[in-house]
Ligand binder design. Structure first.
Ligand code: PBG
Length: 324
């Protein structure tokens, strides 16, 4: 009538629980995604992501310094060009005076090697049609023509001081194309955090507002189908073979199984991106008083770490690093 096995013994006090916790969350595990916008005078709050801002160059610098002082592992920068500067080729992405490259130089000047500066290497913020690549005559995303643009963009980002580039467009061969161009241009030390397993997800919704994207249609011809698992392992293997220094799974919370499998097989460090919709869901539920905000944030981040992420990109990075 009495149980022989009592797992509750190790849960009785906070000290016992702390002693046996398998997963840790430290500031260095967290990367803060940031948005820098062209043509604004004051930071603009993203209405679908309360608490997240499109930054001016000045507020970008101060928020970045704050994050680094809180101990975050790195920063991932996205650019938000003016609507009138967008075109079919996403020219602003490779223009040294484009907002993302200007923002990267500001971060590099402010922070140098004291943190890890990462850049989103993708065209969707810069194209007028909102796709991650350039289109062919039929309106489909042209893989190989897009690689040429990614190479131009990558070289501009390396020149602007990014330590790690984040190719996120899911074009075939993007990691190899960028690696080859970086090496040929002397940027052998600039690495890639490759978005290896990136799914077409409804949870990117708020990001569209964050970067002012005007996407027509969807990304299902290049981002992965959420029904698939094996395909992710193939993408991870290809990216590693093409020279990825780290690989990423994205989104995080709906894809923890993929994250675990990636972590088990990857020879390089693994990141996961807790994306805009994940941020907004928790924020909205907390604002309604339906969940305990801080506990939900910590639980979500711990689950992503437990599933195998070495690094977690999260819009709460700065705040959570401050708590830890
Ligand atoms: C592509 C990119 C996207 C996100 C990061 N990089 C948008 C997309 O693929 O549709 C989404 C990030 C988020 O939702 O927080 N530039």
């Amino acid at each position: 009538m009495f149980p022989t096995h009592r797992p509750r013994r190790l849960r009785r006090t906070p000290a016992l629980r702390r002693l046996v916790a398998e997963t840790s969350l430290e500031p260095r595990h967290l990367v803060l995604p940031m948005f820098v916008a062209d043509g604004i005078d004051t930071p603009r709050e993203i209405s679908s992501m309360p608490g997240v801002f499109q930054h001016t160059l000045d507020s970008l610098r101060s928020a970045a310094v704050e994050a680094v002082e809180a101990g975050v592992g790195g920063l991932m920068l996205f650019g938000v060009p003016k609507a009138e500067d967008k075109d079919p080729q996403g020219s602003g992405a490779s223009d040294p005076d484009g907002i993302l490259n200007v923002g990267l130089r500001a971060l590099a000047e402010e922070l140098g090697d004291s943190t890890v500066i990462m850049a989103d290497t993708c065209l969707d913020e810069f194209t007028d049609h909102g796709h991650c690549g350039v289109l062919n005559a039929t309106g489909a995303v042209d893989n190989d023509a897009t690689l040429i643009r990614y190479v131009e963009m990558a070289l501009a980002q390396a020149e602007s001081g990014a330590h790690l580039l984040g190719p996120s467009g899911m074009m075939d061969g993007q990691v190899a194309a960028i690696r080859g161009a970086l090496d040929a241009s002397g940027y052998v030390e600039v690495g890639q955090l490759a978005y290896a397993a990136k799914y077409a997800s409804a949870f990117y919704g708020p990001f569209r507002e964050a970067v002012g994207s005007s996407l027509q249609g969807d990304r299902r011809t290049y981002q992965q189908d959420g029904a698939n698992r094996r395909e992710s392992m193939r993408e991870v293997d290809l990216d590693v073979a093409e020279g990825a220094d780290m690989v990423m799974v994205k989104p995080a919370m709906s894809y923890l199984d993929i994250l675990r499998e990636t972590a088990d097989r990857s020879p390089v460090p693994v990141a996961a991106y807790q994306i805009s919709g994940e941020y907004s869901m928790i924020t909205a539920a907390a604002q309604n008083g339906w969940i305990d905000r801080d506990a939900a944030i910590l639980e979500s981040l711990t689950s992503i770490r437990r599933a195998g992420a070495d690094v977690v990109l999260t819009y709460w990075a700065s705040e959570v690093a401050g708590w830890l």
